[in-house]
Design a protein around this ligand. Sequence first.
Ligand SMILES: [Zn+2]
Length: 136
Amino acid sequence: MAEFSGECLCGAVSWSSDGPVTRRLVCHRHDCQRATSSPFTAFIGLHSGSLKWYGKINHYESSAGSYRGFCPKCGTRLYFRSGKWPSEVHIHAATLDGGQTYRPTAQVVTRSRATWLDELADIPAHDSFHQPPKES
Ligand SMILES: [Zn+2]
């Protein structure tokens, strides 16, 4: 069994790797925010030669030499890779099996970090999505 593995939402694409891990990042870059429709994304960098992919992947060239891979069936974002770092692939950590235990070691491109993240720990938290909405 591989040290790291994961899959998209629908399971049509999966991946595995025995490492090594090159980076454990949270990225706040504006391009990544838009590409993932999320205020930030967590990546685990893995050596490209150790990655095995299963299933069809589409990719989008988001800037010259930089590609974002996604499942063509369910749209799950899978990776970012760039010609700047040809020996590694940044896998979206949310696709990791057991991803709840992922621990980033750095935040990058914090100049575009969503300012409301500073207040996240101070707003009400609920265990489910079944809370009635409140008008403020
Ligand atoms: Zn899928």
